[in-house]
Design a protein around this ligand. Structure first.
Ligand code: CP
Ligand code: NVA
Length: 304
């Protein structure tokens, strides 16, 4: 039966570790110039309702490196749920392709695609979560820290899709996760409760950014106004100003802390130049690892 990847919890803990191993193997092979055409002759439809640099390029390059082909469908083309119903788009794309990757506004759209597609559907970001991103992020942390668990991660900023995916991950791996966000910008309550019920991780929402980063192994941030929230940009700049990841905030984290950002960054807002370009930052390793982790995800879902 086909499987989808809409949220990190779609994979069991064991499957996540298998995925990280596959990701490491594929990355090593790619770096040494080996070809690994595990998706030879297959195609991936990439459906975008929002802009993208990393997601589009990494999936497209990933499919090419695996011997397949990816098709870019821009926000103006398909009209998901408007020009045509989500169910019909899913059915039609399934007749031409071996997989669908979608970047959407409402998470229900990616769920609808998965429900009606006969091929695997991968969430390339929804308003609820960004699962491929956070799997690449934890893989990057392991490369630098040598472990996937027993890490304190401070997510500083908006309790939005990326923060929600960290919460999902904390349901599967043992983490000390702090979400440092302004009041009123908390992460999704249902996902938080589900992850806490898993009982693996301590997950706290802390409204004081200094408390949130205290002794942390990793400081993570994301834009203050996500795609679709552009009209809130000015108000959010005022509200989130105390949550800027700058050198003064880093003073409160572990001395050897890593700094991550999913990108695109709004330099001077959620993160300062000296931090994103500084010694603690691994943001471009993170960006590269989107390629390797997504290749592993596609192989897991799309190889017969
Ligand atoms: N981090 C990320 O998903 O980047 P894009 O929005 O450029 O795809
Ligand atoms: N939270 C951001 C992530 C971008 C990769 C957004 O949804 O725009």
């Amino acid at each position: 039966m086909k499987r989808d990847f809409l949220q990190i919890v779609d994979f069991s803990r064991d499957e996540l570790f298998e995925l990280f191993q596959l990701c490491a193997d594929l990355k090593k092979k790619t770096k040494s110039g080996h070809q690994h055409h595990m998706l030879k002759g297959k195609t991936l439809a990439m459906l975008f309702q929002k802009p993208s640099t990393r997601t589009r390029v990494s999936f497209e390059v990933g499919m090419y490196q695996l011997g397949g082909h990816a098709l870019y469908l821009s926000p103006n083309e398909v009209g998901l749920g408007k020009r045509e119903s989500v169910a019909d788009v899913a059915r039609v794309l399934s007749r031409f392709n071996d997989g669908i990757m979608a970047r959407v506004f409402g998470h229900d759209l990616v769920e609808g695609l998965a429900q009606h597609a006969s091929v695997p559907v991968i969430n390339g970001l929804s308003d609820l979560c960004h699962p491929c991103q956070v799997l690449g992020d934890i893989f990057t942390i392991e490369e630098h820290k040598g472990r996937y668990e027993k890490l304190s991660i401070a997510f500083i900023g908006d309790g939005n899709n990326v923060a929600n995916s960290w919460i999902n991950l904390a349901g599967r791996l043992e983490l000390d996760l702090r979400i440092g966000c302004p009041e009123g910008y908390d992460p999704h309550q249902g996902l938080l409760e589900r992850a806490r019920q898993q009982g693996r991780s301590e997950i706290r929402v802390i409204h004081d950014p200094i408390e949130a980063v205290r002794g942390a192994d990793v400081i993570y941030t994301d834009v203050w106004a996500s795609m679709g929230q552009e009209e809130e940009t000015a108000a959010r700049k005022r509200i989130f100003a105390p949550y800027q990841v700058n050198s003064a905030l880093l003073e409160h984290a572990a001395q050897d802390c890593l700094v991550e950002h999913c990108l695109p960054a709004h330099r001077g807002d959620e993160i300062t130049d000296d931090v994103i370009d500084g010694a603690h930052s691994v943001v471009f390793d993170e960006a590269e690892n989107r390629l390797h982790i997504q290749k592993a995800i596609m192989v897991k879902l799309m190889v017969d």
